[in-house]
Design a protein around this ligand. Structure first.
Ligand code: PNS
Length: 354
């Protein structure tokens, strides 16, 4: 394998480490013909970078800086060696980590990428593909393009049928513009102490409206919750496991910052009765002052849940009352035990949450 064009043209790349499936030279050449051959600066992000051949080719053809994400030690060594051979190491950063975790870190930084290469291995978990999909839009520059390699055996990172695809044998390379990737992501925040059937109804209805819903579990709450944020999140994961386009995250700090990091433009809240209105109106106005681009959207509770709240569940369970119907059935026993009066939940009960 060689660098095909640009300042490092003709440089031979190091041997491909075991387990890495590189993009063949002819596919790389055709891809860069489609992308426009040469670039005038700009940032590149090479995910599942393997030997780094795609990102290095882009650097050689004029991109200013590249970030390579790869978790395999041998592959990281190969990227390092290839950068050394091409003399491009000063313009590159290698992150040795899971793509999911790396994207989380990159989302917290300033700056976007003009080119994002994504060549996932055959076996990545569906949640990881979902995570990449959610973050992609936020990391791509307004005129940026994402290039995704897929094969009949690899998962679909982007559900979108848009983009311009070309097949090379078993490999399909699709170039997406930012507008092809526009996903309507909403954040549904709360303390969820515990999640109730009313919350779940709002989450399901939100998932029917938006492409993806991120449930934000508040970590630092004014009122001390009975369960840790991780435990509350695990209960939510249990009850939402059948909804494909919902994920659960812990939230520190400001809601609007969290929404921005998630690539969300909408905050979804459930509104039960007039009594909710004042506090929700105040929060929506404050959030709008902090970040006018983010809209708060209210979904009216179904009549049968309009009386239901986490605090009512805590009180009823604490006094030995029946909470069936108030929380989803799959977490009924755990909720009864955890929130029952004594407060000294056994370790065994806490373990069942996970
Ligand atoms: O279920 P809750 O208790 O109504 O949820 C409260 C939550 C987590 C939505 C709220 O505390 C929150 O938004 N926290 C983030 C802090 C923040 O952004 N505050 C400023 C605007 S109100």
């Amino acid at each position: 394998m060689r660098i095909i064009a640009g300042e490092a043209r003709g440089v031979r790349l190091t041997n491909v480490p075991l387990g890495v499936r590189p993009t063949a030279d002819r596919i790389r050449e055709s891809l860069f013909n489609r992308l426009g051959q040469f670039f005038d600066g700009g940032n590149v992000l090479d995910l599942y970078a393997g030997t780094g051949a795609l990102g290095i080719e882009a650097l050689s053809r004029g991109c200013e800086r590249a970030v390579f994400v790869e978790k395999d030690r041998g592959a990281v060594e190969a990227i390092r060696e290839n950068l050394r051979r091409t003399g491009l190491q000063e313009r590159a950063e290698i992150i040795r980590d899971d793509v999911g975790r790396a994207l989380e870190r990159l989302s917290g930084r300033d700056g976007t990428y003009n080119l994002i290469f994504i060549d996932p291995p055959y076996r990545i978990a569906a949640p990881e593909a979902g995570n990449v999909q959610v973050r992609l839009h936020a990391l791509l520059a307004p005129d940026g393009r994402a290039v995704i390699e897929s094969s009949s055996r690899s998962p679909e990172i982007v559900g979108s049928k848009k983009g311009e695809s070309r097949r090379y044998g078993d490999t399909v390379v699709t170039i997406f513009e930012r507008s092809d990737l526009t996903m309507n992501v909403a954040v549904c925040p709360g303390s969820f102490d515990p999640i109730t059937t009313g919350h779940l109804d709002i989450i399901r209805r939100a998932a029917g409206i938006f492409d993806h819903v991120v449930i934000a579990v508040g970590r630092n709450l004014r009122k001390g919750p009975r369960l840790t944020a991780t435990e509350r999140a695990q209960l939510i994961e249990t009850v939402t496991s059948d909804i494909d386009n919902v994920s659960v995250e812990l939230m520190d700090g400001l809601l609007v910052d969290f929404a921005r990091e998630q690539g969300a433009r909408v905050i979804v809240k459930g509104l039960r009765a007039v009594s909710d209105f004042e506090s929700e109106f105040e929060q929506a106005q404050l959030n709008r002052t902090l970040s006018p681009q983010i809209e708060t959207v209210f979904i009216m509770s179904a009549a049968e849940y309009s009386f239901l709240s986490s605090s009512a569940v805590r009180e009823i369970a604490g006094l030995g009352g029946e909470v069936r119907g108030l929380v989803p059935d799959v977490i009924l026993d755990v909720v009864r035990e955890i929130y029952s009066g004594s407060g000294d939940q056994t370790e065994a009960t806490r373990q069942r949450i996970g």
